[in-house]
Design a binder for this molecule. Structure first.
Ligand code: MN
Length: 413
């Protein structure tokens, strides 16, 4: 990869491990002081042992905070532990390379470093900088000379981070094409229904927990309704495994059109290419999960353990879409899933779906509100912060469940 030529402002993920790479005299500390808070900066000079620095940065990332590391990073072997640590904590590793003019470096290090040693370090860093991507750094910014002092830093929140939204919310489980039940549920929740225009009760927002389509009778109609709600700000939606598969199909990828996807695709065919394009753009924009209400509420289709809340990694995405799969298949050919909720000890309430039960299933601080509407169960909403569920029964059995829906579990009194 060629390093990104830096514009006037570099954009960093709001949650990341940022390695400030540069030789002595390149101005890493001054750069850190200009753009980051003292609590975000981890300077090797301030730690007796490399292990202490490593542990401090690990704790910062575990807490979901940005960490900026100033440590020897001239050689790939010195950088490797930092990209590995970022990966371990499901955050992006970013390198910012400060490449100062030779004359400036020599003046700043005249008393601390021989000219030969300085030149050796500069050439080693420049020689290996092109490999930063291969080393696991997802972004690498190369700032040269005067650019180092001039450049601005902008933090870009992750797509999953909607801590700024405080609700109240109406979270809605797997709809799977059950348009009539969805309209009825929204009406019960107090939404004013006019065609595809839904006006929420004052201040409320609907949150769809994914799996909008397949199995039920009108997947295209559900998409139209939900897309209209999202566009108007009446709703947010996270991605489910069925939504992800539909997106792959619409993107021309080879997928097996089973579990109702064939019917959905036929409905979208009939709806025409313009609508299909809108559906594709909508699905591409869906976050894999959402952190809401200052971090107190998580919406994720397949659930999400605490260490993956707010993380944008492939591992977090995969868990949120598919749940805690073991990789094995049961006697009916269905993926075996672990009961992640039983081991959940996080503080936020996690609302999810994905695994249908006859009634909502409360386990600790989690609630599964997939009540199998397409299988003839019910469509369920969770009102938050009220923590009340509301269900409307399915009007028909639209698809045969592979086995009877297991019982849910009421909340602890
Ligand atoms: Mn589902």
């Amino acid at each position: 990869m060629t390093l990104t030529a830096a514009p006037d402002v570099i954009e960093l993920p709001a949650l990341a491990l940022v390695l400030l790479a540069g030789v002595p005299g390149s101005g890493r500390r001054a750069f850190a002081a200009r753009h980051f808070t003292p609590g975000e900066v981890f300077d090797a000079h301030a730690f007796q042992e490399p292990a202490d620095l490593h542990a401090a940065v690990a704790a910062q990332l575990a807490a979901g905070e940005l960490a900026v590391v100033i440590a020897p990073a001239t050689r790939p072997a010195e950088r490797a532990p930092w990209s590995a640590l970022a990966r371990e904590h499901d955050v992006k590793a970013v390198a910012v390379l400060l490449d100062e003019e030779r004359a400036v470096l020599e003046a700043r290090t005249a008393n601390s470093l021989s000219r030969e040693e300085l030149i050796a370090q500069v050439s080693e860093l420049r020689r290996t900088a092109g490999g930063l991507r291969a080393e696991g750094f997802r972004q690498a910014w190369h700032l040269r000379g005067a650019q180092i002092a001039r450049v601005g830093v902008r933090r870009v929140p992750l797509r999953v981070d909607r801590r700024d939204l405080h609700g109240p919310f109406d979270l809605i489980g797997d709809v799977h094409g059950c348009l009539n039940e969805l309209r009825e549920l929204l009406a019960c929740l107090g939404y004013a229904v006019q065609g595809d225009t839904m006006t929420p009760p004052a201040g409320r927002t609907a949150i769809f927990l994914g799996d909008l389509t397949d199995r039920g009778p009108d997947s295209a109609g559900v998409l139209r309704l939900v897309m209209t709600m999202v566009a108007s700000g009446a709703a947010l939606c996270v991605m489910g495994n069925h939504d992800e598969k539909l997106l792959r199909a619409l993107s021309g990828k080879a997928v097996k059109a089973m579990h109702g996807l064939d019917v959905t695709l036929a409905q979208l065919d009939a709806a025409g290419p313009a609508f299909q394009g809108q559906v594709r753009a909508f699905l591409e924009g869906l976050p894999a999960h959402l952190v809401l209400d200052g971090g107190q509420l998580i919406a994720a289709h397949g659930g999400l353990p605490a260490h993956l809340h707010g993380r944008g990694s492939g591992r977090a995405r995969s868990f949120a879409l598919y749940g805690d799969t073991t990789g094995a298949y049961d006697e009916l050919g269905l993926p075996v899933r672990r009961d992640w909720a039983a081991g959940y000890a996080g503080a936020p309430l996690v609302a999810y779906g994905h695994t249908p039960h006859a009634t909502p299933r409360w386990v600790g601080n989690t609630v599964n509100i997939d009540t199998g509407c397409a299988f003839g169960g019910a469509l369920t909403a969770l009102r938050y912060p009220e923590r009340e569920t509301l269900s409307v029964p399915a009007r028909a059995v639209y698809a045969q469940p592979p086995r009877p829906l297991p019982p849910g579990q009421p909340p602890l009194a």
